[in-house]
Design a protein around this ligand. Structure first.
Ligand code: 5MM
Length: 325
């Protein structure tokens, strides 16, 4: 059986990345409805089957993050999702947070919940074949945000989660996402990302989380979606790498970015540009959700006749990101 360090390295090595298919039931339902598909358990299952059975995915995808409902579902051939992933040579991951909820006393800010009962859930997920986990915290920029208490509460949750996962036998993917919502500048995103990552690694150290047994999943440093002054790809890439060099210890095996609402093409271009920013102490890879699966979902639209076309589109995005690495 692989050690947690080996799993962490396997997730980020060989030019491969992690696919995030762990949309909560409510998010997945609205994505399905957005393409005219009824948001039923069976349609969520079918869509996830389309993703994981995409031919050749193993060449560019090291692991797939699943949601709790998918982990308990089966492919049409009867195999449980984690077992099928193992057959394909892909590691199974599980989203273990229970979502971002309003933070008391902090208007407009959220704290991610899910620590209650997590030790027991980790044990169950390990018994079902999961190798790694994910927990996402969200930080907003704007109107005096983020507050110090939102940053503190969120990094505390991430560090407690990471410790419980390592204790129970899962590699934690630690995801502090500084959101793209708003008109903030590249410099503001850099400042907030730096503050959050510094606070995060302080808290991880306090909780004695082992850096070589985790993967960091941060936002890229980009300007807010509504900022009129959008940086060039090379600027955003260099600023992201500079920020990570300042804040992320070299003991972390790899950094796997979220896409955060960037177009699939732009996320890939940023990833590619970062590979030219000098030698780095960690692997830099992708753990995109929308930027990997969005175009495939748009292609499929619930139509069986478009199944293969949708898989080709997903495969194309995955190969493009592996090539960008
Ligand atoms: C796939 O979406 C994940 C779960 O989101 P919800 O719980 O809100 O449904 C999400 O955490 C995702 O893994 C990351 O945000 C990365 O996805 P993007 O689309 O930003 O690359």
């Amino acid at each position: 059986m692989a050690t947690l360090t080996e799993v962490a390295h396997a997730l980020v090595s060989d030019r491969r990345g992690v696919l995030a298919a762990d949309e909560s039931i409510s998010t997945m339902s609205s994505r399905l409805e957005g393409v005219g598909v009824a948001p039923t358990d069976e349609n969520r299952r079918t869509y996830r089957e389309l993703i994981v059975t995409t031919p050749g995915l193993v060449d560019s995808i090291s692991g797939i993050i699943l949601a709790d409902d998918t982990l308990r579902q089966r492919l049409s051939d009867g195999r449980a999702f984690p077992d099928a992933l193992a057959d394909f040579g892909i590691l199974a991951g599980i989203k273990v947070d229970t979502g971002a909820k309003p933070l008391a006393g902090a208007e407009g800010e959220k704290v991610t919940e899910g620590l209650d009962g997590l030790r027991e859930r980790v044990a169950e997920y390990v018994s079902m074949g999961a190798s790694f986990a994910k927990w996402r915290a969200v930080i907003s920029i704007g109107n005096g945000l983020p507050s110090a208490r939102a940053v503190r509460a969120n990094v505390h949750g991430l560090a407690r989660y990471a410790g419980l996962c390592q204790e129970g036998g899962l590699v934690p993917i630690v995801e502090p996402e500084v959101l793209m919502d708003g008109d903030h500048s590249l410099a503001q995103c850099q400042h907030v990302t730096r503050v959050v990552l510094r606070a995060l690694f302080d808290e991880l150290a306090l909780m004695q989380v082992k850096l070589d047994e985790m993967v960091l999943k941060p936002n890229m440093v980009v300007a807010g979606k509504d900022c009129p002054d959008q940086p060039e790809v090379d600027d955003a890439a260099q600023t992201t790498v500079d920020t990570l060099r300042e804040t992320v210890p070299s003991g972390v095996p790899g950094i796997a970015f979220l896409s955060g609402g960037q177009s699939p093409e732009l996320a890939t271009r940023h990833l590619g540009a970062m590979q030219n920013c000098g030698s780095l102490p960690w692997e830099l890879t992708y753990s995109f959700g929308r930027a990997l699966v969005g175009p495939a979902l748009e292609t499929w639209r619930g139509d069986d006749d478009r199944w293969e076309a949708a898989q080709k589109v997903l495969s194309g995005r995955a190969v493009a990101n592996a090539a960008a690495r």
